[in-house]
Design a protein around this ligand. Structure first.
Ligand SMILES: [Zn+2]
Length: 380
């Protein structure tokens, strides 16, 4: 009898254990079956490939309800909601993923990044910023910094943009964001009212991108405004030698500075060489203006020579301006020509085609940097 009782005491826990193992096995088996036959998932995929997003969402919702533990389906669903502009639903899916305790650290970081993207797309930039900053010590730091950079650019928060571009350079290797940082510093300088700060910012920008025209042209303008005409002229003459293609952007400023510092001959030579090289009408205009200041022959000969090589309406209009035709009719003719020439004097973004009367360093249309060639539409 004693022996029987002891068997019962030993047997009971063993039977419980076996039962529990069997139940776990059944559950796993069931899940494996579900996963090995995810019809709803494939249905969703099929709809996606056929660009039927509504049906794809229904199929994915069905799949998620059947197997709520699958994080990949949640990611797919969340991204679909975001692409369709249903930001609230996308946020809910990604927040649900984040609230789960059973997903891996990398999935958690991915969900955090996706949540930040939902906020970016929805235009809730402060929440996007907070979500991205939480990723700065993770393997997604570089991606998060890039997203932060575009947020700060959008908000025109140039100080933060400059700081993030510095961190990106530390992350992704030296120098990749130097030019971009120079732009941010120039934007900051343009906003600042503090004269010394403007000078310091522009000098920093020149140091960041010594072979970029913008900080050096801005520094020369600042020097000219301070009455440092000699230094301003030095700066631009050096820039013309370092970056000849940018001369059309500051040729007029250089022609205006030259008589103030008695460097007419040197600057005239520089402009003549620049024009030979670039055939730019901006350079030709500056050259004609400087020659006229020096009391030299009339500029119309230059425009006539330009017309021999280029069928330019701008040059024709300039030539006609000094032609001394019938005083009764010339103003009307000139007005009509000026009207026709106006669109040709614009600059055009090489990235999106946005046209503007002024040269922009960042396109107001597509926000691309340095996408405006320093040439007028007629010269492209
Ligand atoms: Zn553009």
């Amino acid at each position: 009898m004693d022996l029987d009782i002891s068997w019962i005491f030993l047997g009971l826990p063993a039977a419980f254990l076996l039962g529990w193992v069997a139940s776990r096995f059944d559950l796993r088996q069931l899940r494996m079956e579900n996963r090995s036959n995810p019809k709803a998932y494939f249905k969703g995929l099929n709809h996606l490939l056929n660009e039927q997003q509504d049906q794809a969402i229904d199929a994915f919702i069905e799949a998620v309800q059947r197997d709520p533990d699958t994080s990949e389906l949640h990611f797919a669903l969340g991204n679909l909601f975001r692409r369709r502009g249903e930001y609230e639903r996308a946020v809910r899916v990604h927040q649900h993923l984040l609230s789960r305790g059973d997903i891996s650290q990398s999935d958690r970081e991915r969900a955090q990044y996706d949540l930040a993207m939902d906020f970016v797309k929805a235009g809730i930039l402060d929440r996007a910023e907070t979500a991205l900053r939480a990723l700065l010590d993770t393997p997604l730091a570089a991606q998060a910094l890039l997203a932060l950079l575009s947020i700060y650019e959008r908000a025109r928060d140039w100080r933060q943009a400059a700081e993030v571009s510095r961190q990106l350079d530390l992350q992704q290797g030296q120098g990749q964001f130097d030019t971009r940082r120079a732009h941010y510093l120039c934007e900051l300088a343009a906003q600042s009212k503090d004269n010394e700060q403007v000078h310091a910012l522009l000098q920093e920008a020149v140091a960041c991108a010594p072979l970029h025209a913008r900080p050096r042209v801005a520094l020369a303008q600042w020097m000219q405004a301070q009455g440092q005409t000699g230094q301003a002229c030095d700066q631009l003459q050096q820039l013309a030698s370092d970056l000849p293609s940018s001369l059309p952007l500051f040729a007029a400023q250089l022609a205006q500075l030259a008589p103030q510092v008695q460097r007419e001959s040197a600057v005239l030579q520089l402009l003549q060489n620049g024009y030979q090289q670039l055939q730019s009408l901006d350079v030709l205009d500056a050259l004609v203006a400087l020659e006229s200041h020096m009391g030299k022959a009339d500029g119309r000969a230059h425009y006539a020579a330009h017309l021999q090589n280029h069928p330019s309406l701008i040059a024709a209009s300039q030539w006609l301006a000094g032609a001394g035709l019938d005083p009764q009719q010339q103003p009307q003719v000139q007005r009509a020509l000026d009207h026709a020439v106006k669109p040709l004097r614009r600059y055009r973004c090489a990235a999106c085609g946005f046209e503007a009367l002024h040269h922009f360093w960042q396109c107001p249309g597509c926000q691309a940097w340095d996408s405006y060639p320093p040439r007028r539409i007629e010269e492209l």
